[in-house]
Design a protein around this ligand. Structure first.
Ligand SMILES: NC(=O)c1ccc[n+]([C@@H]2O[C@H](COP(=O)([O-])OP(=O)(O)OC[C@H]3O[C@@H](n4cnc5c(N)ncnc54)[C@H](O)[C@@H]3O)[C@@H](O)[C@H]2O)c1
Length: 254
């Protein structure tokens, strides 16, 4: 209940439930962080903030399009005005533009890169600037197993997530002098609204997780990713930067 005591965190893409941002926000708040939760879907972000308050935490919900540079500046100003500082930024918001290369248009490609990669650049830039007045900070970027290995229908998604992986390491190099850490998290098959849309399923037990592909043989839960992000956000990880954390049931170990 106190691993995040005294810390202020922003989580983007926190409206979707089940979703990685939503679970992460609740988990960080449960451990004592004050939360700013953002999303394109303001009603969903407000529902996330309400759930945090119901559990006894503090939260502010804001509408944000992570591709909008001016919006990032406003978000940082509002967060610092409300809670006094910024310690943790979780760049979680994303979309999955999954299709074969032959069917992908330039507009599809550009949209995927803009939402999943350019947004993370903007978040790191303005997040690091906001953290500079602190004694340190932690930036956690959501990549994917698709940022580590080649996968069907993932030409643009994998390019964006691979970009997030290596960008995180460079951000870690630049942040080190100010004790600002930056790491990437690489989920495997995790049951969320994005996974439901990608697989066309409504029941996680119907998602195909053949042990030859997913050694633990089951989809993960959003909480599995939130637990890893909690560790990286907390002072327990104060010697961890520029690292990549797979939470994938062994998918990329083979
Ligand atoms: N679920 C998985 O299996 C899985 C695996 C690997 C990586 N990821 C990554 O984890 C992150 C979260 O995924 P999820 O499964 O929770 O997805 P989700 O679709 O359930 O939630 C994503 C949230 O991001 C928001 N969003 C989308 N575009 C936005 C924009 N331009 N500005 C602000 N908010 C925006 C959506 O409204 C939604 O609330 C994504 O970056 C995704 O690529 C997910």
């Amino acid at each position: 209940m106190s691993r995040m005591q005294g810390k202020v965190a922003i989580v983007t893409g926190a409206a979707s439930n089940p979703g990685l941002g939503y679970s992460t926000a609740l988990t960080l708040a449960r451990e004592g962080a004050k939360l700013v939760v953002t999303d394109l879907d303001l009603a969903g972000a407000e529902a996330c903030a309400a759930a945090i308050r119901e559990a006894g935490g503090e939260a502010l919900a804001l509408e944000q399009d992570v591709t909008d540079e001016a919006g990032w500046k406003t978000l940082m100003a509002q967060s610092v005005d409300t809670f006094g500082k910024l310690d943790v930024l979780v760049n979680n918001a994303g979309i999955a533009v999954l299709m074969p290369l032959a069917k992908m248009t330039l507009a599809d490609w550009n949209r995927q890169i803009e939402v999943n990669l350019t947004s993370v650049f903007l978040g790191c830039k303005y997040g690091m600037e906001a953290m500079q007045s602190n004694t340190g900070g932690s930036i956690i970027n959501l990549s994917s197993v698709a940022g580590l290995i080649g996968m069907q229908t993932c030409v643009a998604y994998g390019a964006a997530k691979g970009g997030v992986r290596i960008m995180s390491k460079s951000v870690a190099m630049e942040g080190a002098k100010d004790n600002i850490r930056c790491n990437s998290v690489h989920p495997g098959v995790i049951w969320t609204n994005m996974q439901a849309a990608a697989t066309g399923q409504t029941d996680p037990s119907k998602v195909t997780t053949d042990p030859s592909r997913v050694p633990l043989g089951r989809p993960g839960e959003a909480q599995d990713i939130a637990n890893c992000i909690l560790y990286l956000a907390s002072d327990e990880a104060n010697y961890v930067t520029g690292a990549e954390f797979t939470v994938d049931a062994g998918m990329t170990a083979q």
